[in-house]
Design a protein around this ligand. Structure first.
Ligand code: BES
Ligand code: ZN
Length: 407
């Protein structure tokens, strides 16, 4: 069967064995792609490049089993027809694709309060441009951070080591790899346990992988903006919090996601695991591209595939703490990992560098260097400030330990 028309909701997922050493990847393992029936019904488009009968279908979605080497072909098709590269979800097992079709329990967003100024204001002042730039320089120096390449794995391990240095300054904090069964590159998670409500989790994330063209393990893909900048923002926020001595009441987790560029695969596995594990994630923020001055000063909050209540509150935090104005924009499709959390019913927001139209056009090429973003990390400073504020206003802070001196 040939399918005409679409806008794909490509679903691909994997069974994750969490917090282990990554197993040997199975690069030829098939993926399960879920296509929206409404999109299939759209007439007048060239042939959708998947043939065959769907393995699963309901009123809304049809799931096809495809070879992983078809994903770049689908991406090309999306680009040609919809002016975007992917905009799909991908799953590595049929069961995961099926699970993703089931309605999820939606976590109510908030109420969120802004009341930590006494602690957060001095902390945001400690954010530095050089701190952010150092991480971008380091990550962009890997040949690429492709999810199937050796350097993609080395990059994850570099983040593991850097975040471990920071965690060592925080009592009880730890850093772990989150292994993915179907590919080599692990995700990385830094956990700062909450002192009062450790089961309630605040997630700050960004993808650590990069890609050039339609995916090639050897291609040069510095990904300085997409998305070394997001990982740099998270790392700078974690540094400031670690060095401050401030401790959260709720648990804070910083996440570097693997395999975003090939269908939000790393974040989908993590969000699925948190959902089935009944984890109480009270808010998620995504940083994906923060360093390109396409529109000018400002933080641009996406309005699609996000939680509106959390996004409005996060814009308030930006106004209070980042030093720049909060604006809105939209991708028009599930363009980054915030969508994985939204799909699983968790409240999620996404802070972006510019309007969608003014964003960095050098991404996914060897031209996505720091030089293309102006040679410094200044545009990312407000994002790191927002990151500190988001972590501590959502998690709230424990009162500073009182020093008792006896005489
Ligand atoms: N950082 C981009 C998303 C993006 C690009 C947002 C330009 C805003 C402007 C992300 O890493 C990416 O490339 N996403 C893919 C979708 C994914 C599901 C493969 C895309 O946009 O095609
Ligand atoms: Zn990205």
């Amino acid at each position: 069967m040939k399918i005409l028309g679409l806008s794909v909701l490509l679903v691909v997922s994997v069974s994750a064995s969490d917090f282990d050493v990554p197993p040997a990847p199975a690069p030829e393992a098939p993926v399960w792609v879920a296509v929206d029936h409404a999109d299939l019904a759209k007439a007048g488009l060239p042939a959708f490049p998947i043939s065959g009968v769907p393995e699963i279908t309901d009123g809304r979605t049809a799931v096809f089993k495809v070879r992983p080497d078809m994903l770049p072909v689908l991406s090309q098709f999306m680009h040609d027809n919809f002016k975007r590269c992917g905009g799909y979800f991908a799953h590595s097992t049929k069961a995961a694709a099926q699970a993703s079709m089931r309605p999820t329990v939606v976590v109510a967003a908030g109420p969120y309060t802004l009341d930590q100024q006494a602690v957060v204001t001095p902390l945001v002042a400690a954010v530095t441009e050089s701190g952010i730039r150092a991480t971008i320089d380091k990550l962009a120096a890997f040949n690429n951070r492709y999810y199937q390449s050796e350097t993609g794995v080395t990059a994850s391990n570099w983040i593991l080591a850097r975040w471990s240095e920071l965690a060592a300054k925080i009592p009880g904090a730890s850093v772990e790899l989150f292994a993915h069964a179907s590919w080599k590159q692990p995700s990385v998670i830094l956990t700062i346990p909450g002192s009062e409500f450790p089961d309630e989790i605040v997630v700050l994330g960004g993808h650590l992988d990069s890609i050039s063209g339609w995916g090639n393990s050897g291609a040069r893909a510095p990904g300085a903006d997409d998305n070394a900048s997001g990982i740099a923002v998270l790392t700078e926020a974690a540094r400031v919090i670690a060095e401050s001595g401030v401790r959260p009441k709720r648990t804070i987790q910083f996440m570097g996601y693997a395999a975003e560029e090939v269908g939000l695969r790393g974040s989908q596995e993590i969000a699925a695991k948190y959902s089935t594990g009944g984890k109480k994630v009270i808010g998620v923020i995504q940083f994906d591209m923060s360093n390109f001055k396409g529109t000018g000063a400002g933080i641009y909050f996406l309005t699609d595939f996000v939680d509106p209540t959390l996004s409005a509150f996060t814009a308030k935090l930006a106004t209070q703490y980042s030093g720049v104005t909060a604006f809105t924009t939209k991708c028009g499709y599930a363009c980054s990992d915030h969508a994985s959390w939204t799909k699983k019913g968790f409240p999620s927001a996404m802070a972006f560098e510019a309007t969608f139209d003014d964003s960095n056009k050098a991404i996914h090429s060897e031209r996505d260097t720091l030089a293309t973003s102006g040679g410094d990390a200044s545009h990312s400073i407000p994002f790191a400030k927002l990151s500190v504020a988001f972590a501590l206003e959502l998690a709230k802070t424990a009162p500073a330990a009182v020093k008792v001196t006896s005489r």
